[in-house]
Design a protein around this ligand. Structure first.
Ligand code: ATR
Length: 281
């Protein structure tokens, strides 16, 4: 039996761990899946997808910088992708393209199951209001925390992100508030702080005051590897429990696999082995 073909499409894509993760999922579930990396030219996302479909591709993950082009290309999208305004998962169904976003559910699963911390009833701070933050806010609201504050350097973007999620927040009965980074000083400590900014990539310091943490707060960076280390060390220094984005990476992949195959792969051994691989290498 020949394997069904999937891929991660991005620019750059060379360092993606997704082929390794999906190979493990395929082995663990007994699914005949082949998963590759596809480098698309910056001005050639649509053509790259068209070629991949024509050659038999069944679906793909989409990463930086194409998640917005991916939602434009989809002919039907999930509610969570619509709220995020972006797709990280496409499934090719004959002539139609189903678009989904599994990033937020991946984060929620990693916090609740990976870190073993219930989000319900907790005060959550989401730092950042770009694409990464937009991808996770909806599923965080659906996990019914006591409240979410979205803080961003450019406060207008935080407000726009909160406004676009106001209906969901009301439906979930979760107070949702936007503020500037400076305003955080007055808001006290949070149970969970999620860093969805790109500040570490720019080599900048952690953009929030230490007063947002208390001993035992969970401090999650959506990145992993070197990019996450500044935030995680800062969290550790202030008595918080640091967690990088590797668990979210594995969980979003598992959700994408389920969207394509209708089968949910187990994740804990995959995360453990991936962490060991990265630390060894
Ligand atoms: P991504 O897709 O990774 O979210 P993005 O859409 O460019 O990338 O968003 C980057 C986020 O990081 C934004 O919230 C940005 O703040 P602004 O909206 O004010 O630009 C935030 N960010 C980037 N560098 C930062 C820094 N040095 N300090 C604080 N926030 C920063």
């Amino acid at each position: 039996m020949s394997a069904d073909r999937y891929a991660v499409v991005g620019h750059p894509v060379e360092h993606s761990k997704s082929p390794w993760i999906h190979a493990r999922f395929a082995a663990l579930t007994g699914q005949a899946v082949q998963y590759d990396k596809l480098l698309a030219p910056l001005d050639g996302f649509v053509e790259t997808i068209a070629r991949f479909r024509a050659s038999g591709g069944r679906g793909c993950n989409v990463t930086v910088p194409f998640k917005f082009e991916a939602i434009a290309l989809a002919t039907a999208v999930s509610d969570r992708a619509r709220l995020a305004g972006a797709c990280n998962t496409l499934r090719f169904d004959g002539t139609s393209v189903y678009g989904d976003n599994t990033d937020g559910v991946g984060l929620v699963r990693d916090i609740e199951q990976g870190a073993g911390r219930a989000i319900a009833g907790q005060r959550v701070l989401l730092v950042g209001a770009g694409g990464a933050a937009a991808g996770v806010l909806g599923p965080l609201l659906q996990a019914r925390p006591a409240g979410i504050v979205v803080a961003n350097r450019t406060v207008a973007k935080a407000q726009t992100l909160a406004d676009s999620h106001a209906a969901l927040a009301a439906q979930a009965a979760v107070p949702l508030q936007a503020c500037s980074l400076d305003a955080l000083q007055a808001l006290g400590a949070f149970d969970m702080v999620v860093n969805a900014t790109a500040s570490s990539l720019a080599g900048d310091a952690v953009p929030v005051p230490a007063s947002v943490l208390r001993p035992g707060s969970l401090a999650v960076d959506l990145m992993y590897g070197a990019a996450a280390q500044g935030f995680l060390a800062w969290a550790r220094r202030h008595g918080a429990e640091p967690r990088d984005g590797l668990g979210m990476l594995v969980e979003q992949a598992a959700e994408s696999f389920a969207v394509w195959r209708g089968v949910r792969p187990p994740t804990s051994s995959v995360l453990r082995d991936l962490r060991a691989l990265l630390q060894g290498g």
